[in-house]
Write a new protein. Structure first.
Length: 295
């Protein structure tokens, strides 16, 4: 049986709170996991078990132990693939931040598929008896920084931090055209494309709110390099929004039919990472690809 243990010194409390509130509000542990921890008495305070409604204060020592049975994550069924090495930008006991190459899928879509980033991570992690867990994804033609979990205890917390944009990602893209406004926000809902199931469309069926911020940082001939932050996480959000305002991404095979470049110039550049349980902030950068520099 696997165990994952975290020893945390309580900090930054403005007043005493219950153990349950600390686990839920500060550590972002889901309710069903708190229930399992309480049932088996796997949370201790200063080396003693206390009921969940007891209060804690700054400088208390919390020990949390998770076990396999806490998690109902589907079996990963990832085949390890050692045919390519991964470029690691950051690693700790819980996660990797990997520099994804353009043209590689994030994860398999069918059984026994290999050749994806997660397969390469599985091969790397299997050497230390660990597994790769998907946290978020990048489109196949997008390069750059991506987070991969190393155990199931961090998955729900990382997913929540990304969903709430506490983990913040900044992208770079070369797009067609020169902007009249050098900074701006694109607030256009995104749904399905009725003519192509691979694509998404502004105001398509089942549209959901989508907000993208951009800043032009360089111009060359009739093309612009933009820094992009997304406040929502819709499929193809940056690609759809850039096309919608008349500045499709250069090399985009789905949303830029006129591009004569065969590489999509969209890169996950910077990542403001919050590490689960210890809640430390790390700023991680992915090297800018060569094709971004020579345009």
């Amino acid at each position: 049986m696997h165990k994952w243990t975290y020893q945390i010194i309580v900090q930054n409390l403005k007043s005493t709170i219950s153990i349950r509130e600390y686990l839920s509000q500060y550590l972002l542990i889901p309710k069903h996991l708190i229930f399992s921890l309480r049932k088996d008495k796997r949370v201790t305070v200063n080396k003693k078990y206390l009921p969940m409604n007891f209060t804690i204060k700054n400088d208390d020592h919390i020990k949390i132990t998770f076990i396999d049975n806490d998690f109902n994550l589907p079996t990963q069924n990832l085949l390890p693939d050692n045919s390519q090495s991964i470029k690691i930008l950051f690693e700790n006991n819980d996660l990797l931040v990997v520099n994804k190459k353009r043209g590689i899928k994030t994860h398999p879509n069918k059984p026994k598929e290999i050749g994806t980033l997660l397969n390469f991570c599985e091969g790397y992690l299997n050497k230390s008896n660990q597994n790769a867990y998907m946290i978020h994804r990048l489109d196949q033609e997008t390069s750059g920084a991506i987070i991969v979990g190393k155990n199931p205890a961090v998955v729900p917390i990382l997913v929540r931090l990304i969903k709430e944009k506490t983990i913040h990602r900044t992208y770079l893209a070369w797009v067609n055209g020169i902007f009249h406004k050098k900074t701006g926000k694109i607030n256009l809902p995104i749904g399905y494309d009725q003519t192509d199931k691979r694509k998404r469309a502004v105001n398509g069926p089942n549209s959901k709110k989508a907000l993208t911020e951009y800043q032009v940082i360089k111009e060359y001939k009739n093309e612009s390099l933009v820094k992009i932050n997304i406040q929502t996480g819709r499929t193809h959000q940056i690609r759809v929004h850039m096309q919608a305002i008349g500045h499709p991404i250069i090399g985009d095979p789905l949303y830029n039919e006129k591009s004569n470049v065969d590489k999509m110039l969209l890169h996950s550049w910077k990542l403001k990472l919050i590490t689960p349980y210890y809640m430390q902030t790390k700023i991680i950068s992915s090297p800018i690809p060569e094709e971004f520099k020579i345009i």
